[in-house]
Design a binder for this molecule. Structure first.
Ligand code: AKB
Length: 354
């Protein structure tokens, strides 16, 4: 049940022309970065929702903060009644490994939670007569490469190929992509007066994301951030995938920037609702080499977990993000070298005093 809002001292009251943004999963990895970025940009009243209390620093950047569950439709409705959202960034999800430990819970959170938010966004848009922008992070987990040889042959996968996910999370994300399209373009087709095109659904298929500030929980791409952070802490790390494992990644700053750039893109520029975004596609061994170069004492070994290996083997080696580059100017700031030299290593060293 969503608690009452925690209104922060920075909350603005009555300021015209500010945009009200809901961020679900606000306490998660992307949520941290998104709140910081929106707060720094200014002009947004940020309403945060998470299962857990937001930490003090984050809460201070929000106009309101709720502890609540996206599967609780009644609690969500109360939050929508209190705030006339212009934008919804729906980040709350159970990731791929967590989803395999509790697939029914993953479906409830990932799909029913998203449906709850799409319905409320559509109703809000209809009552106000103007769009609600719905920004949704999908994932490379929607892909299911038909074997390692095909993964290598196909290389950079296009948005329309190999959509055969093998995890509940990937199935959920693909379903939510279609739910978003339905609410945006096809809602209640047999009812001519039903609100159409009022949910401005925009979706990114994220690769693995590496943050210097936070560690992921429950993902299968987590081997990369886990390896880097362990080295910085002087802890040995047993990588749960093979050295040759290759999937696409990007840094957290690039992930946050991609969400904000897509949200800011003029609607008429967008030729699709779902975009790949990528930045670099290292193997686990290449990541380990960069980690050892930065932390020579790093102890990286390999202890493969076959079930998690099968998941990342089903994901593409890289993604074709030409549509995002063409339609709304996507361009990562960090390639692999810059990710380490400009962002990860200096920031992580500072964080751990390494
Ligand atoms: C996961 O590992 O499940 C996520 C993802 C690739 O979407 N980080």
């Amino acid at each position: 049940m969503a608690d009452g809002p925690t209104t922060s001292p920075t909350a603005t009251s009555g300021a015209a022309r500010r945009r009200t943004v809901l961020i679900t999963g606000a306490g998660g990895e992307i949520g941290h970065g998104l709140i910081d970025a929106l707060h720094a940009e200014g002009g947004f009243d940020i309403v945060a929702m998470d299962l857990k209390e937001l930490d003090g620093a984050l809460r201070g950047r929000c106009a309101a903060a709720y502890t609540g569950d996206v599967t609780d439709a009644g609690a969500l409705a109360k939050v929508f009644e209190r705030h006339g959202f212009d934008v919804v960034h729906h980040l709350a999800a159970l990731l791929s490994s967590s989803g395999e430990r509790n697939p029914e819970l993953a479906h409830a959170v990932n799909v029913q939670g998203t449906l709850n938010l799409l319905r409320l966004s559509n109703e809000l848009a209809r009552s106000r007569g103007r769009d609600v922008q719905f920004i949704f992070p999908s994932s490379i987990a929607v892909y299911g490469m038909p074997g390692l040889a095909a993964k290598s042959d196909i290389g950079a996968v296009h948005e329309d190929r190999c959509l055969n996910p093998i995890t509940m999370y990937g199935v959920n994300k693909l379903a939510c992509e279609h739910l978003g399209r339905y609410y945006a373009d096809h809602y209640m087709r047999l009812s001519p007066d039903a609100p159409k095109g009022r949910v401005d659904f925009r979706c990114l298929r994220f690769p693995g994301i590496i943050s210097a500030h936070t560690l992921p929980t429950g993902g299968t791409s987590d081997f990369a951030p886990e390896m880097i952070h362990a080295a910085a802490k002087g802890e040995p790390y047993a990588c749960f995938v093979r050295p040759d494992t290759r999937i696409p990644f990007m840094t957290m700053p690039d992930a946050v920037r991609s969400l904000l750039t897509l949200a800011a893109a003029p609607k008429e520029r967008l030729t699709t609702r779902v975009y790949n975004v990528g930045a670099f596609s290292p193997s686990a061994a290449e990541i380990a080499d960069l980690v050892r170069a930065a932390f020579p004492a790093a102890e990286v070994s390999y202890k493969v977990t076959e079930a998690r290996q099968a998941i990342v083997d089903s994901w593409p080696a890289s993604v074709d993000d030409d549509h995002a580059r063409r339609d709304w100017g996507w361009a990562p700031q960090h390639d692999l070298r810059a990710a380490f030299s400009e962002y990860l290593i200096p920031t992580i060293r500072k964080r751990y005093g390494a």
